[in-house]
Design a protein around this ligand. Structure first.
Ligand code: GLA
Length: 386
């Protein structure tokens, strides 16, 4: 991204004067899907693609928001931080300002220009990227950088839950806010205790594969899946004192699976418990450099998301099957919420070109869609860049 150009565009829109440039990454999740809102482990990382933004404080309470990714420009005042359909993408900005405001942080009028280089609605968490970007703008411009990062992450998650209405867990906002170059984060979503694990693979490359099947989280079955997990938990709790599904080992789960009345719901819970175990094994494999073991766990994760959690669909399945059928692919799976969007693959570095060619052809053949591929490193979290 040419940030000078972005700044010049900002000056054209709002006039000359001091302005600050921010960057907020997107995220991928190596493993641990749909475990975050069940008190389990996840293993995401921030990536080097994301959302750039330029911002400046105003003396009044007017909020001007322009994005180079959308036609829609929105102007309102900070007194009017309520969700409005017609405000489209700007609702994410408003949601974060609202949450910060009600939590007692200073907010005020701003001029904002944003430009993201991530595909929107592709499961790489463009929304959490924007949320943290705005959080950091308000932090720097109005609060002297004093807002605690974890607090900001939670407020951004609140904005998504209560302002936007998607009952997401903490994973995306955490990965984006706490990302570190060349590390993935092993996060216990129940306690937020986390550990950074090296993710610099010399002989392998992380490839992001976009099915180009757009996913809209709030219209999808995401909230429904979460509700099913909550119901399963309630059924188990009648017999066993647990706080969340991920407290169960796989053995314990099988002992009380019969308490879950509905077979579909039982499958959802089974995925969650086994996926949580896979994250722990994956972290151990990554630490000891057992990349093949990691690959195997990644493949298993996809199968479980397909068969038990049922969040993949023909496009994600096709791209993942094309990938795993390809020489040099160590493992592949969908990443993020599912229902379309992106998958990831770990591929031998010297075979990446062939891999992309093969997956691209096979996916087009099978679905009629053209896939996109991104090779981007794991990067740092949300920050001021100039
Ligand atoms: C979305 C949500 C996350 C998480 C994943 C699935 O990305 O925002 O909180 O639940 O789906 O693992």
């Amino acid at each position: 991204m040419n940030t000078e150009k972005l700044k010049n565009r900002f000056y054209e829109l709002y006039g000359e004067g001091e302005a600050t440039v921010f960057f907020s990454p997107s995220r991928i999740n190596i493993i641990g899907e749909h475990t975050d809102y069940n008190g389990g482990f996840v293993m995401p990382g921030a990536i080097e693609m994301g959302t750039y933004g330029v911002a400046r404080k105003r003396v009044d309470n007017v909020l001007k928001m322009v994005s180079e990714n959308f036609e829609l420009k929105v102007e309102t005042t900070v007194e009017n931080m309520v969700y409005e359909n017609r405000h489209g993408w700007a609702n994410y900005v408003k949601g974060v300002i609202h949450e910060l405001g009600v939590s007692g942080y200073k907010t005020g009028g701003m001029e904002i220009l944003v430009n993201g280089n991530i595909p929107i609605g592709a499961g790489l968490s463009s929304s959490a990227s924007l949320e943290l970007l705005v959080g950091e703008m308000v932090n720097c411009l109005f609060n002297e950088g004093r807002i605690d990062r974890l607090e900001m992450i939670k407020l951004c998650q609140n904005a998504e839950n209560h302002f936007i209405g998607v009952m997401c867990g903490i994973m995306d906002q955490f990965a984006i806010g706490m990302g570190r170059k060349d590390k993935c984060i092993l996060l216990d979503c129940d306690t937020q205790v986390h550990e950074y694990i090296d993710f610099c693979m010399d002989e392998h490359v992380l490839v992001i594969m976009n099915t180009n099947k757009r996913r809209k989280l709030n219209e999808s079955k995401y909230n429904e899946r979460r509700a099913q997990c909550e119901e399963a938990l309630e059924e188990i709790r009648k017999y066993k004192d647990i706080k969340n599904l991920c407290q169960l080992s796989t053995v314990e789960f099988e002992e009380c699976a019969m308490y879950i009345g509905d077979p579909g719901r039982r499958n959802r819970a089974r995925h969650v418990v086994y996926e949580n175990e896979r994250v722990k094994k994956a972290a151990a494999a990554l630490k000891s450099g057992e990349i093949e073991v990691l690959g195997e766990l990644i493949n298993k994760s996809h199968e479980s998301l397909r068969d038990l959690y049922e969040v993949t669909g023909p496009d994600l399945d096709s791209i993942v099957e094309a990938a795993t059928g390809c020489a040099g692919c160590i493992g592949a799976r969908m990443t993020g919420a599912g229902f379309g969007g992106c998958a990831i693959a770990i591929v031998q570095a010297d075979r990446v070109d062939d891999f992309i060619r093969h997956v691209s052809d096979e996916y087009l053949d099978r679905t009629g869609y053209r896939a996109d591929f991104y090779i981007t490193g794991i990067g740092d979290g949300t920050r001021v860049i100039a």
